[in-house]
Design a protein around this ligand. Structure first.
Ligand code: FES
Length: 112
């Protein structure tokens, strides 16, 4: 069975503003874009800086250090210097709540 970890309520996320949360010791970036929630690794695959200090453009997070952008849906970088994708994580929203809690699975990819 997949373990889902509680993070923050949906209202804590501002549109297109990344938020870093620590989920069971893992740095995770949460983002809300057009009312859709995404969870990806917060650590850039190029040089291990925190991506939540960067900006969201469309549905991608841009690394503030060298400028690679990562698609929040797939984790894939749009171009160098980063070449490896970010981990993506499945999320689940608490049911029947006007301001649902966001749960994240570290073992399940958002793409599965
Ligand atoms: S550290 Fe992120 S692109 Fe270089």
């Amino acid at each position: 069975m997949t373990t889902m970890f509680e993070t923050v309520r949906k209202s804590a996320l501002e549109d297109s503003k990344p938020m870093r949360v620590v989920v069971d010791g893992e740095d995770v970036l949460l983002a809300k874009v057009a009312d859709e929630i995404f969870a990806v690794s917060d650590i850039c695959t190029h040089s291990e800086v925190s991506l939540s200090e960067g900006d969201i453009e469309g549905c991608a997070i841009e690394c503030w250090l060298h400028g690679s952008s990562f698609d929040l849906r797939t984790g894939k970088p749009s171009g160098p210097p980063a070449t490896s994708p970010l981990k993506t994580f499945a999320i689940k929203l608490e049911e029947d709540q006007s301001d649902p809690m966001i749960f994240v699975s570290l073992s399940e990819s958002a793409r599965s």
